[in-house]
Design a protein around this ligand. Structure first.
Ligand SMILES: [Zn+2]
Ligand SMILES: [Zn+2]
Length: 260
């Protein structure tokens, strides 16, 4: 169990006039999700909400001046932990049930992972050799008390749905493979893609419960054709189109033969 007490739980970095990145530095890389705040004219987007260990709503209070749509790029614990704090939650129809009734991993303890899962994660590039947090949010915090809390899906989306902030318009891309209801938000006017865990600059996971290698291969082929300028992903640093192509090609070299 970690002994250090975190000075603050979330870090924040302004990316441009409208976009701010928040993240949880004391969460291990496997579960350290990028939380993207997009300021809109009429409403804001909060794309993923982290682990839900500490109140995101409180931490992001200075950013949340307008009505906000909490988007779930998918429903793994590290992306929806804070959704219960928001009234307006957007999710792909294939994973709405998991937002409403989170199942699966609700633990901060590495020792609660099944040995086979630890082996799979290690092979993929994530070595878990302790707990999932490296500091406590406050003194006396009990790791065993951690739960992913249910949130109400208020906006179900599918391929082609439009998410509108008043001055910006994002198209929902259904990008299954990592999970069945993984989505990206694509702004064609600027070439910005919020990709969730469909693609990021780190070890990609396609062996989880609900993953599909064949779907992932198709998603990668689709992403390769997208005229992106910048990808703001679910984990790790943002990147441009040249690196997207490298990441796609590396994945296809590894798994491409799995596609029909
Ligand atoms: Zn995920
Ligand atoms: Zn993730």
């Amino acid at each position: 169990m970690p002994v250090e007490i975190a000075e603050r739980w979330f870090e924040t970095r302004r990316v441009d006039d409208a976009i701010t990145l928040l993240w949880e530095p004391h969460v291990v890389p496997l579960m350290r999700c990028n939380i993207w705040h997009v300021r809109g004219r009429d409403r804001d987007l909060l794309i993923d909400t982290g682990m839900g260990i500490v109140s995101l709503r409180e931490a992001a209070r200075h950013l949340l001046e307008k009505p906000v749509i909490a988007v779930a790029t998918h429903t793994h614990a590290d992306h929806i932990g804070g959704h219960h704090e928001f009234d307006d939650c957007l999710v792909h129809e294939a994973e709405a049930g998991r937002l409403r009734n989170p199942s699966g991993r609700g633990t901060l303890r590495g020792s609660e992972f099944a040995p086979a899962e630890l082996t799979m994660l290690r092979a993929a590039g994530y070595a878990i050799d302790g707990d999932l947090i490296t500091a406590l949010p406050h003194e006396g915090y009990d790791l065993a008390s951690y739960r992913v809390r249910p949130a109400l899906p208020t906006r179900l989306v599918a391929e082609g749905s439009i998410v509108d902030t008043g001055d910006r318009s994002f198209e929902v891309l259904h990008l299954p493979g990592h999970s069945p209801g993984s989505i990206g938000l694509w702004e064609a006017a600027t070439g910005v893609l919020f990709s969730g865990d469909a693609i990021y600059d780190g070890p990609l996971l396609d062996q989880l419960a609900g993953s599909s290698v064949a779907d992932y291969v198709a998603t990668m082929r689709r992403l390769r054709e997208l005229p992106v300028r910048v990808v703001h992903a679910g984990h790790d640093p943002s990147f441009g189109r040249a690196h997207l192509v490298e990441l796609v090609d590396a994945y296809l070299a590894r798994r491409g033969s799995a596609a029909a």
